[in-house]
Design a protein around this ligand. Structure first.
Ligand code: 13P
Length: 253
């Protein structure tokens, strides 16, 4: 049985005070869910990771980074390694978020190195995949997702791949208020799980969690997570409001 997983991607939001307040709010809101089977993580900007990690340290709320660099150490100005993130208190690292693919220009090859480096550094990568609106309209959703998954996981043994969570985030649903319908999301998730079974085996495909992301709100989370292959959600905007995020965690629990 896959344990539900709710992660908040704060993107480039909050400041030193509000990041800690938000983290504490999530901790307080999650207390009443103690013992319920749901994993929760928040992904603040790099500069607030340490403060947020401290704020959640006595709780079951985990911390994730929004990105990770593949180099171990040395002359990579501006980059942050997996071991630094681990040292700062991170458990997870997002890899290949659509904004990094489409705004920053990250390639599948780079993302693959990041996934491998995250695992090598003791982090659990959350590999984000998903098609653009034009790609969906052109009937290329499966082709795009296949490329993101196959290239993103290239060279990873089944054992290493078992550390990965996949997040299906159709780009047209991110920050637009246009959520994929539970049927559309389930269809994509089922396809991804089939792909994982093809690349690895059925057992691993059965174990890997696949999250949905894209305009998840308190009022659509339960319906999405009620589908067979939707194991949780990766939340952007609604993760910046304590009440909304906690309501989503409640829906998962
Ligand atoms: P929104 O929930 O704001 O659409 O963002 C989704 C996302 O990109 C999470 O990583």
């Amino acid at each position: 049985m896959r344990k539900p997983f709710v992660a908040g991607n704060w993107k480039m939001n909050t400041d030193s005070r509000s990041s800690v307040e938000l983290a504490k709010g999530v901790v307080d809101g999650s207390v009443k869910l103690a013992g319920r089977d749901v994993d929760v993580a928040v992904c603040p900007p790099f500069v607030y990771l340490q403060a947020v990690a401290r704020a959640v340290s006595s709780s079951s709320v985990a911390v994730g980074a929004q990105d990770v660099y593949y180099g171990v150490k040395g002359a990579f100005t501006g980059e942050i390694s997996a071991s630094m993130l681990k040292d700062t208190g991170c458990t997870y690292a997002l890899c290949g978020h659509s904004e990094r693919r489409h705004v920053i220009g990250e390639t599948d090859e780079l993302i693959n190195k990041k996934v491998a480096a995250a695992i090598g550094g003791g982090l659990l990568p959350i590999l984000c995949v998903g098609e653009l609106q034009s790609e969906r309209e052109a009937g290329q959703t499966e082709e795009v997702v296949t490329r993101h998954i196959k290239k993103g996981l290239a060279g990873l043994s089944a054992e290493k791949a078992s550390a990965v969570t996949v997040a299906y985030e159709p780009v047209w649903a991110i920050g637009t208020g246009l959520t994929a319908t539970p049927e559309q999301a389930q269809e994509a998730h089922e396809f991804i799980r089939g792909l994982l079974a093809e690349i690895y085996d059925g057992r691993l495909a059965d174990e890997i969690r696949i999250l949905y992301g894209g305009s998840v709100k308190a009022d659509n989370a339960a319906d999405l997570m009620g589908r067979a292959d939707i194991d949780g959600v990766l939340v952007g905007g609604a993760s910046l409001k304590v009440d909304d995020f906690v309501a989503i965690i409640e829906a998962a629990a």
